[in-house]
Ligand binder design. Structure first.
Ligand SMILES: [Zn+2]
Length: 470
């Protein structure tokens, strides 16, 4: 066996203690593998399972021993304020769920007079939390699987793939705890960005001028914060609200958007935000994200979104000088509404009316489109006239957002498809049938999902690998 990947252990190292367990383990593993090699119906899968099983006991022992040594080394000072601890006592056992099984550690406890709290310095040194009994790796596993799939499924998948047993309720609790931590981390990182100290968070941008594209959208999520109180609420004249808006945005440099098939494109690198915290939360998170993606250096900023007023208010608030564009698909839907008002029972006549208008719209001749809308509106009466007038007003209010010709010429997106598909991907997790959330629960898990998508997972779990360093 080659030794090239095995770390060299100095002769005076404390790891000498592992000599005997390693020898026993090698003997057991070798005997088992030899049996499997001779058994004809066993595949590489059986060898993989056997090695994993045999190795785990040893790994658990190594982790327990090494963690105990680290615990023993932690100085008797308050890990929060640094004040020396008094009333020290030792040997406080606590058992943790780790990647390799249960590990028990004996820790010292002391009283911090300044914080007026009992402290276990070893817990801080080892990255263990006051509540919960998951090791940092298991904390990470819980956060990752629960943000990807419902907890009962996540619990089963986790155990199947790693052997780590976390019942659904424990997994849920741990994931939410990590999600809350993620929210605090997001706030800290965003503040750092807006105070000008976030250079390390920024993507590297070249000197040449570039366009930063921002897309914004929203979707709704079902919650049950006041579950069981519907009767009382209705008695008070309030209809309980179940559906709430989740706001999202994405931003990327235009050159990161690469064509794939005709009419399709992929965005190689971008930043995403998603929040249940209201429009204001979106505005601040999106602004920080745009700074990370190069807002400060961008030659041009472009915002693409549907017609919702809150979006354009947010844009004038935070991205005042940005070029604005109405999502082409939404614009065409509003034109279709007029086509149906004009020809309610004749689909082909509606199509004949709209086809040249859609072409005009795409060609940047929105003035002609609005003129045609003004002309046909006068011909309509009653309810259909009201409908057409509403759509006419829609196009008038968005007239400065309809330059689709300029968009095509400069290779910019005509629509906000990137954020719409991102929202749909979040919905695959957060909008399953029969699913109800609480506001604090959905925000926490969405925050985890967003750290993962943005390639910043390692900022939450520093022991995990930073993808940019691969
Ligand atoms: Zn203290």
């Amino acid at each position: 066996m080659s030794n090239c990947c095995v770390p060299t252990v100095p002769p005076d190292s404390s790891y000498k203690a592992f000599g005997q367990p390693v020898e026993d383990w090698t003997a057991r593993l070798t005997a088992g593998l030899n049996r499997s090699i001779e058994t004809t119906n066993q595949t590489m899968g059986d060898l993989e399972r056997q090695i994993a099983q045999q190795t785990q006991g040893l790994e658990r022992k190594l982790l327990e021993e090494a963690s105990q040594r680290k615990a023993d080394q932690s100085p008797p000072a308050c890990p929060v304020c640094g004040h020396p601890l008094s009333r020290l006592s030792h040997g406080h056992e606590r058992t943790y769920q780790t990647r390799f099984g249960l590990v028990t550690i004996r820790r010292s406890r002391g009283w911090c007079k300044r914080c007026k709290a009992w402290r276990f310095p070893a817990d801080y040194a080892l990255g263990l939390e006051d509540t919960g009994s998951a090791s940092p790796s298991v904390q990470e596993m819980a956060a990752l699987v629960a943000s990807k799939m419902p907890v009962s499924e996540a619990s089963a998948v986790l155990e199947h793939l790693t052997g780590v047993k976390l019942p659904p309720a424990t997994l849920d609790r741990e994931a939410r705890r990590q999600g809350k931590r993620a929210e605090r981390k997001r706030k800290e990182l965003d503040q750092q960005m807006s105070l000008g100290g976030g250079a390390a968070q920024c993507v590297a941008v070249e000197q040449k001028p570039f366009t930063l594209v921002i897309e914004i959208d929203a979707w709704n999520i079902r919650e049950r914060d006041e579950w069981g109180q519907s009767q009382q609420q209705r008695a008070k004249g309030m209809e309980p609200a179940r559906w709430h808006w989740v706001y999202g945005g994405t931003c990327f440099r235009l050159e990161e958007r690469q064509p794939t098939d005709p009419g399709r494109s992929v965005i190689l690198s971008r930043g995403t935000v998603m929040t249940r915290g209201g429009v204001e939360a979106l505005r601040e998170q999106l602004f920080a994200e745009c700074l990370r993606q190069g807002l400060g250096q961008a030659g041009e900023v472009l915002v693409v979104a549907d017609g919702a007023m809150w979006i354009w208010n947010l844009v004038s608030d935070r991205f005042g000088s940005a070029r604005q564009r109405l999502d082409f698909y939404h614009a065409s839907q509003h034109l279709w509404a007029v086509a149906h008002a004009l020809h309610p029972e004749d689909a082909s006549a509606a199509y004949q009316w709209i086809e040249p208008l859609l072409k005009k719209l795409k060609a940047g001749r929105s003035v002609k489109v609005i003129a045609e809308l003004e002309r046909v509106t006068k011909r309509l009466r009653a309810k259909r006239r009201v409908e057409a007038e509403r759509e006419l007003e829609y196009f008038r209010s968005h007239r400065h957002r309809l330059d689709y010709r300029g968009a095509k010429q400069s290779g910019q997106p005509l629509g906000s498809g990137a954020i719409e598909s991102t929202c749909r991907q979040y919905q695959c997790r957060f909008k399953r049938c029969g699913q109800f959330w609480s506001q604090s629960g959905d925000e926490a898990l969405m925050c985890l999902e967003t750290f993962w998508r943005n390639g910043r997972w390692h900022l939450l779990f520093p022991h995990s690998v930073d993808p940019s360093k691969n």
